[in-house]
Design a protein around this ligand. Sequence first.
Ligand code: DGJ
Length: 731
Amino acid sequence: MPIIFDSEKKIFKLDTNESSYVFGVNDHGLMIHYYYGATVGDSDLAYLAARWGLSGVQAKPHYSVAGDMLNLGTKPLEYSTFGVADYRPTALKIKAASGQSATNLAYISHKIYKGKPDVEGMPETHAAENEAETLEVLACDEVTGAYVTLFYTVFENLPVITRHCIVENRSEKAMNLEAVYSTNVDLQGDFDFIHLWGRPCFERTFEREPIGHGSKTVQGLRGASSHFHNPFVALARPNACEDFGEVYGFNLVYSGNFAATAYRDSFEGLRFIMGINHEDFNWLLEPGEKFVAPEAVMVYSDKGIGHMSRTFHKLYSKHLCKSEWMTKKRPILINNWEGTYFKFDADKLCAIAEKASTLGVELFVLDDGWFGARNHDRAGLGDWKVNEEKLGCTMGELAKRINSFGMKFGLWFEPEMVNPDSDLYRAHPDWVVHIDGRPMSVGRNQLILDFSRKEVRDYIFDSMCEVLDNANIEYVKWDYNRNFTEVGSAALPPERQKETLHRYMLGLYEFLDKFIERYPHILLEGCSSGGGRFDPAMLYYSPQFWTSDCSDAAERLFIQHGTSMCYPTATMGAHVSAVPNHQTKRITSFETRGNVALSGTFGYELDATKFTDEECEAVKKQCEEYHKLYDVIHYGELYRLITPFDGDRTAYAWEFVSEDKNEALLTYVLLYSRPRVRRTVCLKGLDPNKTYRDEETGRTYKGSTLMNAGLNFIGFEGDYNSKKVHFKAID
Ligand code: DGJ
């Protein structure tokens, strides 16, 4: 049984295959956290939560007695609340009708059942009845009449616990939810904070720093999970590294404003909370209403950062995306954006597609610029009417021509946006997110449509259907290119304005649910000026996401490395583009660009009509390799061998190993060539006793040799040179 309840001692123990999570309830209903870490055999771990009391400075609950150590400021708590002697960052803050904000939860009851419940209205991980077990704990704040249900789902075969909560107003007066975080974990001792910071064209950069006393927060306040901070954090013991040590990974299944705070208190306790950012958030909860907080995923690893990542990868590959494409083989695509930008007609597009099709490319994607007055980024967004004059044909005819080359056809949309210079905006200026009387900031010359409003969503949905229903479109790229400013909705009363951003997310999720239901066979690729909304919530709908607008192979190593912390290879959009690279002006070889893009969904982003004969041969070879290596890359396990942050920081190497350990692919990229440097790389994850053959040279090695002695990349000079070594077990 993954979840047990000791009714005598009132203790819950949640066991995954590799971890235990234990908390209990005191006689007054206070939920106290005892332990989260590697599997333990006992459940009565209450002794671990004993803390010295410093009464006066640190207040105690009214029912405490002298010497009982019930100090709420230092006690590890299961789900902390604001204003009742816990001075750390707290998970729940409710403002009562009286205007005051203290909240105190007491346990009432619980349920334990097989499977995993839905997180109503929001993306979530899923599990069959026999794959998970769920604990629901009901608690209430007697003074406000707020009832809180805490959900914990324990995956049986993965070290994963997911959490979310629901707050219900069972009183007769309205209350304001000022903060409702999805998870709260109170740990103990030294940790490093690992997070993924970034900027457009440099998303999800790995950073690790020791947690000192006080708070360390990463957050989004842009209305999107953003390029700047991803809703992922890992707390790693200082001695933990890629392959050893304790690491706790957290990821929020949400695409809007989020916050993740680690707070090291003065008594060496470490609280971590993650959820919707409480900054600029308020939710008015009328009597009888419920508020659902998004799901947080928690992964425990006592085998280092690599094992944490592989656990996330397995979870997201099998238990997240609802699209049939998550398990279907993805086509090799070519996208015209960097090849033509806005300058094209059907003949130009068909010339690119036809050329690419002869080399093995399977899907042609028409990017921005095919609709309304969209010949630049200053007009046309929102007007999803095919510009037949520009194309020289209808979309149906263009799709037919592309299909005649044996290719699938895909199309770009940016459904959530509108240019002020568009028919849609002229007809409905109040449909955008705005504050009456306040000038609107623009981002990329565009405004955001208020997706919290059904009529707005319905209009866009219908206009997209009109296009999709009249051409054979098998792929959609869903873009999103600016962040929120002057947040307000014309459809909400003043007391609900601070709900706009979350209502927007709920509207977006409803739209995407409807979209997938109507077009279950369309392959949806998410995008947000590159990877500005690369999060598990978007991956619930789109099995792949354009990782970054930086398509330079060297920069992509850093970006894909950070992204791999929790997102599987099969979700990372990665393309070969032209050189000099449009973003960095760097020149890398065609081979290296291919080797880096192969560790993603793979495709091209250039004008294929400009290929030299040599490049044509290279594309043919890469397309063949894509098919040959697809299974090991897309279904294998990722091992990071040398990261761009290790050693002399001049090389990067990673490896995929098939689940049965019969196949492995190592990719090595030299970033910066230095003479006479020892360049030995040891593989990981192989079977030490199997014999592996290098498929190119035929040379054989024992798995133990490859893992302990390694391969020597000496004589392999030249900046950005790269090499793949493909192994197959022969015994
Ligand atoms: C931003 C995306 O990241 C690009 O790939 C491209 O689709 C442009 N938008 C088009 O405007």
